[in-house]
Design a protein around this ligand. Sequence first.
Ligand code: XMP
Length: 526
Amino acid sequence: MKEQGKPHAGAHREKIIILDFGGQYSMLIARRIRELGVYCELLPYNTRLEELLEQKPVGIILSGSPASVYREGAPQSDPGLFESGIPVLGICYGMQLLTRQLGGKVVRGSRSEFGRTPFTVVEPNPLFTGGIFGDPAACCGWMSHQDEVLEPPPGFKVLARSENGTLAAIGDDSRKLYGLQFHPEVVHTPGGSEVLQRYLYDVCGCSGSWTPRSFIEEEVADIRARVGETERVVCALSGGVDSSVVAFLLDRALADRAVFIFVDHGLLRLGEAEQVTELYSRRLRGQFIHINARDRFLKKLEGVIDPEEKRQIIGHEFIDVFKEEALSMGDIAYLAQGTIYPDVIESGSVNGAAVIKSHHNVGGLPEELGFELIEPLRELFKDEVRLVGAELGLPEGMIKRQPFPGPGLAVRIIGDITAEKLRLLQQADAIFREEIDKAGLKDELWQYFAVLTGINVVGVKGDDRHYGPVIAIRAVTSEDAMTADWARLPLELLEKISARITGEIPEAARVVYDITSKPPGTIEWE
Ligand code: XMP
């Protein structure tokens, strides 16, 4: 990483560290903590203790894990952690690990608990106070475990018991060590956020300084400090939320010393390139360069049908176009780009998830370009990027823009790509988006778009036989694109969209609605 050795903008931030043991909710814990106004970072469970302490966390959370603590080779934390005086909260596996490492007993339970499980608070403690916990009968936690804590470690008290008798929470107030068998981070645990809030504010003594405004102030100061008084920064714009927020941050920090390059590959949605150009050239003080590279991309993509090959070609071509332009500008040492936190974690992932599609191939410019990287969003989750964007005054349409793949419509045209197919897809997609917008459903959907399926079928238009393409429309709900469900759009709306697409686009022969969730499908078709 280029930034090594440099004092980071957030170096002095109040921080919680989540040690990731590979549980499915680790990322969600991090998001919840941030939502509660406290900055946090995920680190691999085996991070050395000295390294952890150097970061001066005000609290440490041990995540869940698919492992069993008593199995050989189970992931462990450094036992010195519990002597460090830093408050620790173990969640699920984290609680079992803490129990075992501190001399308590964990066994494979006679019955597992999955899903909503009522529990009763049996001992007054700082985690379960007030609100919903004033009424012990109302407590309920989302559980997902087979192992259970049979005996808490010496010095710990049982704080809560599930209706099955298992230990739902344990704690040692004097050492500020706590364990929860349920998952406070999931929405199915009523009061879960309150438990985390109590841990952050009452146990760890957090002040809640993580806000979009404080982030912007820190980053602006950091960018200025790194770039100095005279140097310039170049920034690749894609029209998406992340690069737009970077652009507006640079604008605030450097005014006209930022140069923006928008490579228009011609694979954007109808009118998008024009909107982007209009917004940026009007609102940014630095030089804005719009490169119309549509023909160049189309030529490279001629006859290509394999989706991964399309991605590779677009990624390489993007870099080439950008490189030619950026290098022709002379003495610019810095390149800013919109890498966000999930990208950072994925690349250093504990589990090494399988690569299903080679994402992030557009916009991720290689180090060989010789620039020093500025990545102001590398600590942010997507929803935080949006909050920062709003605070910076970006238009709502830009902030709420649905995710759009870097390779654009190229992966929504099944088979080879031609100018004609692009035009057709853009039209169908525009109709679909307009209708969703009019129906007021935009904010409920994660993504909604049209796909040119590459299949031609027979139909009848007017009195004539018609042979033309099948257009698929897809709308999904999702939290994070890892899983998604197809949206139950009203039938009348689907009817209207179908009628408009086949009526307004002479070539379109048929419209189908995709009713596949993810998994087993993916959101995109390619
Ligand atoms: P899938 O299709 O894998 O998509 O379920 C998950 C999310 O990623 C987006 N996506 C991409 N984004 N480059 C990107 O930057 C890509 O090549 C790419 N492919 C899919 C997709 O739109 C969805 O939000």
